[in-house]
Ligand binder design. Structure first.
Ligand code: NAG
Ligand code: NAG
Ligand code: NAG
Ligand code: NAG
Ligand code: NAG
Ligand code: NAG
Ligand code: NAG
Ligand code: NAG
Ligand code: NAG
Ligand code: NAG
Ligand code: NAG
Ligand code: NAG
Length: 777
């Protein structure tokens, strides 16, 4: 014991000694910072909160070596304080990085740093503290960055004293949007870079451009999201001719695009997205031939035609024109671009959500640098031009929701393509291996059509080994069958597989079940698939499985734990619902096993499905009723389904009484127990415990007794069907207008309908059916 103590004491003194030696060494080097500045920095730090110890290196004599501090290498005075928080990247997410934010008051000791010309406090959190007035006395500042630092209050007028300032970044620098005037700007004549993003400039609404225009050296101006309502249409004294970057996005401009913009000829980036700009896109843009980025996205009244002149912008890299009202054809514009001397530099072209029509011109193939092409939600027709194969850098192609019909074989040369979105068009013809020959980088393909009509046919050899490994396949209403596609054999990285309505008449081969996939979605619904289903596939949470409308048989497959939506309806699954069903798939929200040949009773474990919203077990009665019917009672445990909204158990042979536990299901929207053998009274609590009930269908059972007047409290009720029972007594007066008795309620059997009922506005009309009972009128 004693020895050990002794030893550690010796160790301690060695450490101390070496510490002293270390400090001595530094002093000997003689380049330490000024003592007055060192003290000033320590005083500055003293006031700050620094939960993660970002300033823990601020010890020792030479403050020039402290983290974030830089000195002039001759005079050793502190010239730069770079204390931005590198751990935060967005302006609203505090959560994951709060631990790294500096905070607290900024003390005036900073004024001791006479030569400070660079101050970056961005992405910290000074909530509750103001930008200090004395900041205007840091005369030498050339760079000031307070972006995302959540100061309270407003801007100190003294900021206008920083006459040497070149860079001022106040993007989202306040914790709430207080109004800011712009008078102080007149004191900053040298400014090159100004960012006031997110500041409320509505007070300066009328003359903001006047104020800014005095800044003759401005190269970058960022005023996004500044509550500016007016973009003056006439502006005679345009002085910022050096301007290269102009961001006026997310304001409320609702005028035409003004022509003075086109005199800022050095402009390389112009962002006017998300305003309410109107009129045609002016040809004047053509004079901005330095333009590399143009973003006019989301000005829903901005339209007209894309002219050939616009296509003369040969330096454009990014053109974003989505969500406008641009109409007519694109040929002229793309022909224009294709004539650029050294070929167009365009890498990103976004024209989605407009009213463009006509064919895509073959000149598209000259835009050789395209990486990203987004044309979705327009009215393009015809075939993809064969020249598409020349776009060898193209990575993402979005053509969904147009009226295009043809695929050229040259498609197979898009060797860089990763994402192909071809949903909702009128593709027709035959797709062969050639169409995919060189798509070795393809990861995602979507060819989904809501309409059932099939006009595109895959004719792919069963020996074909694709060059790609896909993660995402979503194909609906294209013919892939009649055989189950063998080219899936090598697709071991799939997470989504949808082959719905694909005319596959086959069994799912064993190799598929053995691919060792972890899927988010498996949908092979509406084919002619048969055979039994093993339980071998893995799913990630939350998983969706749709095998509906096929001819699968055998016992119900119990898919993995992670499945939340399971549609097995309209098949020939038979046997009982497994007893441990509710334990095996506990996170189910939607279950449809209707129209099968299940028998036995609803197992108690159904009560485990706490997340269940929709349960459809209707129509499991085939001709041989004694063997193929859900019989027995509704288990008491069903009352544990606290969030269930659609409970459809009609058309079975369920007997007994409605279990009182059902009153716990207070979210119920539609309760259909019709066409069973239920008996007893209609529970009065239905009227009190299920306030949102819109459909109550109890027809064709053996209910007796009176209609409980409590049902009158169901103010959202839309359809009530109690017909074909043994009810007696008076009809409650609230069950009003008997002329409606003739209206037969719709057959309410499938989950599609249940889902739709959910979305549609529920009218408060009583469509009442109480016929075929023993009621008094
Ligand atoms: C001092 O700074 C100047 C300008 O930043 C630089 O050119 C020079 O190399 C530096 N000298 C030393 C010794 O670091
Ligand atoms: C200011 O700081 C933010 C975040 O640290 C950074 O993204 C931005 O580029 C800086 N502004 C300037 C003008 O350097
Ligand atoms: C600094 O700004 C304030 C407020 O705008 C002003 O009152 C003061 O005279 C200015 N000081 C100097 C030295 O320019
Ligand atoms: C623009 O510059 C001219 C002289 O070059 C000057 O007379 C005018 O006031 C300036 N305009 C603005 C808005 O500062
Ligand atoms: C734009 O430039 C043209 C030609 O240099 C000039 O005639 C016109 O007055 C300028 N317009 C504006 C609004 O500055
Ligand atoms: C075309 O490219 C060549 C070489 O890359 C370059 O010298 C020339 O200036 C370019 N021409 C244009 C009009 O951009
Ligand atoms: C496509 O590439 C081929 C071969 O390089 C070339 O002959 C053809 O002109 C190109 N077409 C277009 C539209 O770019
Ligand atoms: C396409 O792939 C074949 C081999 O499958 C290769 O010989 C050919 O060069 C590729 N073509 C392109 C345009 O990548
Ligand atoms: C689908 O095809 C049928 C028959 O060929 C046709 O009558 C119907 O209009 C088509 N529907 C659509 C949406 O194309
Ligand atoms: C599919 O391809 C095979 C072989 O290339 C051919 O014999 C057959 O006619 C094609 N079928 C259709 C429907 O095009
Ligand atoms: C694809 O699968 C086949 C058969 O399973 C196998 O022989 C072949 O090596 C696989 N090819 C690739 C590229 O994974
Ligand atoms: C369930 O999903 C999670 C996350 O997606 C995954 O890590 C886990 O392995 C899955 N469990 C099973 C049993 O598949």
């Amino acid at each position: 014991m004693g020895d050990k103590n002794c030893a550690s004491l010796a160790l301690l003194s060695i450490l101390l000694l070496s510490g002293i030696l270390h400090l001595e060494t530094i002093k000997a080097l003689g380049s330490g910072c000024k003592e007055v500045e060192r003290k000033a920095l320590l005083q500055f730090r003293e006031n700050l909160a620094d939960p993660s110890g970002r300033l823990s290196s601020w010890v020792g004599e030479d403050c020039c070596r402290w983290r974030g501090v830089s000195c002039n290498n001759r005079t050793a005075s502190v010239v730069k304080l770079k204390l931005n928080n590198p751990f935060r990247h967005s302006f609203d997410a505090y959560e994951d990085d709060a631990g790294h934010e500096l905070g607290g008051p900024i003390g005036p000791s900073l004024l001791q740093l006479k030569d400070l010309n660079y101050l970056d406090l961005s992405m910290n959190n000074f909530k509750g503290f103001k930008v200090p007035e004395f900041i205007g006395s840091l005369k030498e500042l050339r760079y000031l960055n307070l972006s995302g630092s959540f100061f309270s209050g407003t801007i100190p007028q003294s900021l206008g004293n920083l006459s040497n300032l070149l860079y001022l970044d106040l993007n989202n620098f306040l914790d709430q949007s207080n109004q800011i005037g712009l008078g102080w700007l007149s004191g900053l004549p040298s400014l090159r870079h100004l960012n006031l993003g997110g500041a409320d400039l509505s007070k300066a609404a009328a003359d903001w451009l006047q104020s800014i225009s005095m800044l003759r050296s401005l190269v970058e101006l960022h005023l996004p999201n500044c509550n500016l309502p007016i973009l003056p249409f006439h502006f005679p004294s345009l002085n910022f001719t050096s301007l290269q970057v102009l961001d006026l996005s997310n304001n409320g401009f609702n005028s035409k695009i003004p022509h003075w913009l086109f005199n800022i000829t050095r402009l390389s980036s112009l962002d006017l997205n998300t305003n309410d700009l109107q009129g045609d896109i002016p040809d004047g843009f053509a004079s901005l031939n330095s333009l590399q980025q143009l973003d006019l996205t989301g000005n829903s009244f901005l339209g007209g035609r894309l002219s050939r002149n616009l296509g003369k912008l040969c330096n454009l890299r990014t053109l974003k024109l989505s969500r406008n009202s641009i109409s007519d054809e694109v040929s002229d514009f793309i022909n224009g671009l294709s004539e650029c001397t050294n070929s167009s530099l365009l890498e990103k072209l976004e024209l989605g959500f407009n009213q463009l029509t006509g064919d895509l011109p073959n000149s598209l193939g000259y835009l050789k640098n395209l990486r990203y092409l987004e044309l979705w939600d327009n009215s393009f027709v015809g075939s993809i031009p064969p020249s598409i194969g020349n776009l060898t850098f193209l990575k993402e192609l979005y053509l969904s929701s147009n009226q295009m019909n043809g695929f050229p074989e040259s498609f197979g040369q898009l060797s860089a393509i990763e994402v192909l979105d071809l949903d909702e068009n009128q593709w027709e013809g035959i797709i062969t291996e050639t169409h995919f020959r060189n798509l070795s980088n393809l990861k995602e393909i979507s060819l989904y059509k809501l309409s059932e009509n099939i006009s595109l046919i895959f004719n792919i050899s069963s020996h074909w080994i694709p060059p790609f490994k896909l993660t995402f396949i979503k194909i609906r209403s294209c013919q892939l069958g009649p055989k189950f596609p063998t080219w899936l054999r090598n697709q071991t990285e799939l997470t989504t597989l949808v082959l719905n309505n694909a005319r596959i008449s086959d069994t799912i081969p064993n190799w598929f079940w053995q691919l060792d996939l972890a899927l988010d979605e498996l949908d092979v619904g509406s084919n002619e698939l048969s055979g039994r289903i093993p339980n071998s596939l893995g799913f990630r949470f939350p998983g969706t499985v749709d095998l509906s409308s096929n001819s699968f048989e055998g016992p119900l497959p119990l898919w993995s734990f992670n499945v939340t939506k399971l549609y097995l309806n309209n098949n020939s699954f038979s046997g009982p619902i497994p007893r441990d069903f509710g334990q095996k798939i506990p996170f189910l929200t939607d279950l449809d096993i209707s129209f099968n040949s299940l028998n036995g009773s609803v197992p108690k474990s159904i009560g485990n499905l706490q997340q269940l919203l929709t349960l459809v077990i209707s129509n499991n009665n085939l001709s041989d009723m004694s063997n193929n019917s859900l019989s027995g009672e509704i288990p008491y445990s069903i009352g544990s389904l606290l969030s269930v909204r659609f409970l459809i158990l009609c058309n079975n042979h369920i007997s007994g009484e409605v279990p009182p536990s059902l009153k716990n299901c207070s979210m119920m929207d539609s309760l259909d127990l019709g066409d069973n053998q239920l008996s007893g009274n209609i529970p009065a609590w239905i009227g009190e415990s299920m306030p949102s009930l819109s459909i109550l269908r109890l027809r064709s059972n053996y209910f007796n007794g009176a209609i409980p007047p409590e049902l009158c409290k169901l103010s959202a009720l839309h359809i009530l069907d109690l017909s074909h029972n043994n009810l007696s007594g008076f009809i409650p007066s609230c069950v009003g207008n008997f002329s409606r008795m003739k209206i037969e309620p719709p057959d309410f059997v499938d989950v599609e309908l249940a889902g739709k009922a959910n979305q549609k506005e529920i009218k408060t009309t009583w469509e009442c059916c109480v016929s075929r009972n023993n009621l008094y009128k």
